[in-house]
Ligand binder design. Structure first.
Ligand code: PBG
Length: 418
């Protein structure tokens, strides 16, 4: 009989073994019976007394030396191939890469890239409303009320390890103007949202968007001249004021997404002069004039009133040109470089990764999100697998962090939730 010692530790013996087996098998549907070979292992003495007393090492070794090795499971039978499988001479291959993919454990051991919720930045749309309102083109995304919905959403994100957010405001038309001055109202929607978030969650990392489009009556990222030209230096002047207002409210990282020339350096100077040496700049370095921003512009009602953004955002056909932007943003003092969109521009992510020592971020934009959502809702794709694969691949391409509307859901999946 096995004895249960004080503290719940059982003496070695059959009862203990049975108990342990039972607990190991608990998870499986039916406990598997002892294989036949196993019963023979119990020594004669054990059989006599009913208690299994382990033999000494010497006894065990002697048995093996005298040609009586203990029994172990038999060599498994070769699995049968289906009838009709051609009989071939095995290929003489010096390497068979499939060996390292043979089992889930091997695959997990050799996985080069892994995702964690700490890699995600969750973009959040906010508005003045008290209720959250769904965004038609982005199923699962809402314009969140800055006082309640926003706070709840950030709570949920932090609960699964996503502690970084970036804010995008939906501004009432009456506050939009040609020069976008609402962008630096210290009591505007974004500064208020930053303050309430920092009040609730002091360690939350808050990124902000620096650009005029949500505030521009023209829906452009900069000031539009009479002849349609987007004015560079005058826009940069406004962006500096916007960045300082965001920093003052408590933003950790300001992110110029406007693509004006020289804005990173000017914003760095403005922040430093205002005493915000600790506020970082995430530069939208290689931001392309992309069709994949469509759903975002619906969310903010920020479609350009005329024309497109091709005189400031990059041409999707260009790769080398990204290097010019990298060098400019690095020399102007950017802390993080971004590529946007992400999936159609994986080569550009890799280019930045190999060119710069700075952290690289990638923005899986609204259109990328909505494509997966739409396909999944039609039963064409497995949403969980497609989302996690897309994010893993963006990271593999070289991104350290990923801005994605799927951040909360993906983090839940990574935490093992349904
Ligand atoms: C605007 C801005 C845009 C996005 C982020 N900041 C839209 C645009 O450039 O027109 C797009 C993000 C997305 O599509 O998810 N400065």
């Amino acid at each position: 009989m096995a004895l249960l010692l004080p503290g719940g530790i059982a003496t070695p013996g059959l009862v203990w073994k049975q108990r342990r087996r039972a607990s190991i098998c608990k998870a499986s549907a039916a406990p598997s019976p002892d294989p036949a070979w196993r019963t023979n292992v119990v020594s004669e003495r054990a059989a006599r007394s009913g208690v299994e007393i382990p033999r000494s090492i010497e006894e065990c070794e002697a048995a093996v030396v005298s040609g009586n090795p203990p029994e172990a499971p038999p060599v498994p039978a070769k699995p049968k191939a289906p009838q009709g499988t051609p009989l071939v001479t095995p290929l003489r291959l010096s390497s068979r890469p499939r060996r390292n993919r043979k089992s889930a454990a091997l695959r997990a051991a050799f996985q080069e890239t892994t995702l964690t919720p700490a890699n995600f930045i969750l973009p959040l749309f906010i508005h003045e409303g008290e209720q959250d309102s769904p965004i038609g083109a982005m199923p699962g995304c809402f314009r969140l009320g800055w006082k309640h919905g926003l706070i709840d959403e950030v709570y949920k994100a932090r609960d699964v390890g996503v502690n970084s957010v970036v804010l995008f405001p939906k501004i009432p038309d009456a506050l939009k103007s040609a020069t976008g001055d609402e962008a630096y109202n210290p009591n505007g929607l974004v500064p208020r949202a930053i303050r309430i978030l920092k009040d609730k969650y002091p360690d939350l990392v808050i990124y902000t968007d620096v650009a005029l489009d949500p505030y521009s009556s023209d829906g452009h990222d900069g000031i539009v001249r009479e002849d349609g030209v987007i004015m560079n230096d005058e826009t940069v002047h406004q962006l500096c004021k916007q960045a300082v207002a965001q920093a003052e409210a408590g933003a950790d990282v300001v992110s110029p997404s406007d693509m004006m020339d020289g804005r990173v350096g000017a914003i760095r100077t403005a922040l430093d002069e205002a005493g915000y040496h600790d506020v970082s700049i995430m530069a939208y370095t290689a931001k392309y004039a992309s069709a994949f921003y469509g759903p975002f512009r619906e969310a903010l009602d920020s479609n350009p009133r005329f024309g497109d953004k091709k005189t400031y955002q990059m041409n999707p056909g260009n790769y080398r040109e990204a290097l010019l932007e990298v060098h400019a943003d690095e020399s102007e003092g950017a802390d993080i470089l971004m590529v946007k969109p992400a999936m159609p521009y994986l080569d550009v992510i890799r280019l930045l990764r190999d060119t710069s020592a700075l952290p690289i971020s990638a923005y899986q934009v609204s259109g990328e999100y909505s494509m997966i959502k739409a396909a999944a809702s039609q039963g064409m794709l497995d949403e969980k697998k497609a989302v996690l694969e897309s994010l893993l691949c963006i990271k593999r391409a070289g991104a350290d962090v990923i801005l994605t509307y799927a951040a909360l859901q993906a983090a839940r999946w990574l935490c093992g939730e349904k």
